[in-house]
Design a protein around this ligand. Structure first.
Ligand SMILES: NC(=O)c1ccc[n+]([C@@H]2O[C@H](COP(=O)([O-])OP(=O)(O)OC[C@H]3O[C@@H](n4cnc5c(N)ncnc54)[C@H](O)[C@@H]3O)[C@@H](O)[C@H]2O)c1
Length: 413
């Protein structure tokens, strides 16, 4: 697969427009299709603005920007995709609609074309089952914003040809991305391993151990760029809640992934986060956390003026012991999740760590982080949580137990 291969991107929303930009920047001719023509027009206008900014910043010459723009062609009929070597689908997250599209694509594309889905939470195998030739279907999960975040999870389905994942891996490297290969399991790597960052933070808040700004500040003091509540507000509580719920259901209701009422109520009340001006925190028009106003009514903790003031100042109320309790608990759960993904062979240790640093900007890979203190240290923390709460949620991964018993680094498995 070289840069002369024509790429088609289906769905010109947040992800599709970013993926089209990435492919065009890598030198491919790109066809961008959406059932809504206005979505394609909006994506192309957005791309123009992005490229102009890159030229202004001196990161791109005007000629290069122009060439990238010229390489992306809008399409208003699926038939125009004929001749594409690779199609990347980034439409609405709905299994029925995706399956229908994949079945239609087979009638349009040549026999050698590869069909990729950018699904975050659906089974690649289930999407591929709509095709007469499921061996050429694969997951290629980019992260938002696609032009900026390097990670791409390459996900072969059950029927995917064995040679396809290495081919897509090499292509993503040629696009200057950081690919990882993972099994077709719920949440792939990142959306599975990251769950406790949100879920355990909410539990700590719900139990009244600490308020939201304290939890956020604690996690930032451990090196994370954003705290869990700030990040959920940025992602959108509706999206984050849906991912949590989908992963929980897909794992046959494993209590480890159980969603929370706190987040469900946020969604029900329309407090979706930055995009709605209010989530766990309140925001100004520029997306900055607002200090409390005199109109603020008391009610929930996040509405407490004192809490909002601390959130706006980004300050930490807790003493070092409180910070340690928060960080240790969330980190122990994250490490357990990473160890469990490795135990179930979702991906290699190296790819699990790469995914969390390159897809969600974690300060270090979780397995390498765990190895600094040793598996026994984290096993002890999980066992004490499990003893305290008596919940399966805190059950240690068999790999954490094995690594502790064998005194081996997790990264060596
Ligand atoms: N937004 C993210 O952070 C993110 C990250 C990784 C993966 N994803 C996945 O990427 C996919 C797209 O997500 P998004 O956030 O870009 O959505 P979006 O709503 O921004 O865009 C989806 C686009 O698909 C178009 N569309 C819907 N049905 C179509 C069809 N049958 N044929 C052609 N076009 C159709 C819509 O008109 C819309 O423009 C989803 O599968 C999502 O799970 C999203």
């Amino acid at each position: 697969m070289d840069s002369t291969m024509k790429i088609a991107v289906i769905g010109a929303g947040t992800m599709g427009s970013g993926i089209a930009q990435v492919a065009a920047q890598a030198g491919h001719d790109v066809i961008l299709f959406d059932t809504r023509r206005e979505a394609v027009d909006k994506a192309l206008a957005g791309l123009h603005r992005t490229l102009d900014r890159l030229v202004e910043k001196g990161k791109l010459t005007a000629d290069a920007a122009n060439a990238i723009h010229q390489r992306i062609r809008p399409a208003s009929d699926l038939k125009e995709l004929a001749g594409s070597g690779l199609v990347i689908e980034a439409i609405i997250e709905d299994l029925g609609i995706k399956k229908k599209l994949f079945a239609e694509l087979e009638n349009v594309l040549g026999p050698g074309a590869v069909l990729a889905t950018n699904t975050s939470s659906l089974s690649v195998t289930a999407i591929a089952a709509a095709c007469a030739r499921p061996e050429r279907v694969i997951g290629m999960h980019f992260f938002n914003p696609a032009p900026l975040l390097p990670l791409v999870e390459v996900v072969p389905g059950l029927a995917t040809d064995a040679g396809l994942a290495p081919r897509m891996y090499a292509l993503m490297q040629a696009w200057s991305k950081t690919p990882v290969i993972c099994k077709d399991t719920p949440g792939f790597i990142v959306n599975r391993v990251a769950r406790p960052f949100y879920g355990e933070a909410i539990r700590i808040y719900e139990e009244g151990i600490a308020d939201m700004p304290t939890i956020d500040a604690a996690m930032k003091s451990a090196g994370f760029k954003m705290g869990p509540f700030e990040l959920m507000d940025l992602i959108g509580n509706d999206i984050n809640f849906t991912v949590t719920k989908t992963v929980w259901e897909a794992f046959f209701f494993d209590p480890r992934y159980k969603p929370s009422f706190t987040q469900q109520r946020q969604v029900e009340s329309g407090r979706l986060g930055r995009k709605s001006g209010r989530g766990y925190y309140m925001y100004d028009a520029n997306g900055a956390i607002l200090p409390p106003t005199s109109q603020t009514s008391a009610g929930s903790l996040a509405e407490d003026p004192a809490v909002q003031r601390r959130a706006a100042a980004g300050s930490l109320s807790g003493d070092p012991a409180e910070v340690k309790v928060i960080v240790d608990r969330i980190l122990a759960m994250l490490i357990n999740e990473a160890a469990d993904a490795l135990f179930w062979k979702v991906a290699s240790a190296q790819d699990i760590d790469l995914a969390m640093t390159k897809g969600v900007n974690y300060p270090a890979g979780l397995l390498a982080w765990a190895d600094q203190q040793g598996a026994g240290h984290w096993l002890e923390k999980l066992e004490s949580l499990q003893a305290e709460y008596g919940e399966d949620r805190y059950r240690p991964s068999p790999l954490l137990r094995r690594a502790a018993r064998e005194s081996r680094p997790l990264t060596s498995y």
